[in-house]
Write a protein that binds this ligand. Structure first.
Ligand code: CA
Length: 233
């Protein structure tokens, strides 16, 4: 028996045509007409691929996808989207969809994508997992567990204090932090010196992370403090 495909699509005529085409190609097919029904069917059986419409009444395609991926299951999912769903398409891929087709699509194109997604999934199962210890801002990244700081992929060597300062900034991106806040967070309440030490360390960090010909990622907010922010063009 061929691979097992679940179609989640509320438009009956589209679902039926897809079913006929896929069965003709030798796949075994089941249809769910709502997101909820799709999830139930998904959990009840093993699937080689899910063909998921984005615009569904009630629980939409992205919700279904999120729940499928929350099960840490690597079953390939191909999204079916309307032309106007660009944003959803991107979100869908971020959520772990393997591919998408834009309606109206050519059945041959869809079949090719299905074959390719199934082939790829049989080789490896890859689920994007958000790394809660990784902070990214522009091309700057700070990994809390390894304490690795990178700019544009290049490792940057910071002292422990410089690292703590940058970590605090990148944990609060686009937020203005006063010298006092930074002092408290990085040096702690037991520090009795004046806030100039913050300015000094900001200078050290800038020198290490900034690209020489570009404005600093750490912006000075006059009279207030500092913010990790990209300059608006
Ligand atoms: Ca629909």
């Amino acid at each position: 028996m061929g691979e097992h495909i679940l179609i989640v699509e509320d438009e009956e005529s589209i679902a039926r045509v897809l079913q006929l085409e896929l069965e003709f190609e030798g796949y075994s097919v089941d249809i769910a007409y709502t997101g909820t029904d799709g999830l139930i069917k998904f959990r009840e059986s093993d699937w080689d691929l899910v063909l998921l419409d984005l615009m569904l009444p009630g629980m939409n395609g992205l919700d279904v996808l999120r729940r499928i991926r929350a099960t840490r299951c690597g079953t390939p999912v191909i999204l079916m989207t309307a032309k106007s769903d660009v944003e959803d398409k991107v979100t869908g891929l971020d959520l772990g969809a393997n591919d998408y087709v834009t309606k109206p699509f050519e059945i041959d194109e869809l079949l090719a994508r299905i074959r390719s997604a199934i082939r790829t999934s049989q080789k490896k199962v890859e689920i994007p997992v958000k790394d809660e210890f990784l902070h990214e801002f522009a091309d700057l990244s700070v990994q809390e567990q390894s304490r690795e700081v990178k700019r544009n992929g290049k490792l940057i060597d910071l002292t422990p204090r410089e690292y703590d300062l940058l970590l605090h900034l990148i944990r609060h991106p686009n937020q203005v932090l006063s010298r006092e806040q930074l002092l408290d967070a990085v040096w702690g309440f037991d520090y009795y010196g004046d806030t100039n030490v913050v300015d000094v360390y900001i200078r050290y960090v800038r020198k290490k992370i900034d690209h020489p010909d570009e404005p600093s990622l750490i912006q000075t907010v006059r009279g207030v403090g500092y913010a990790l922010k990209e300059t608006s063009l």
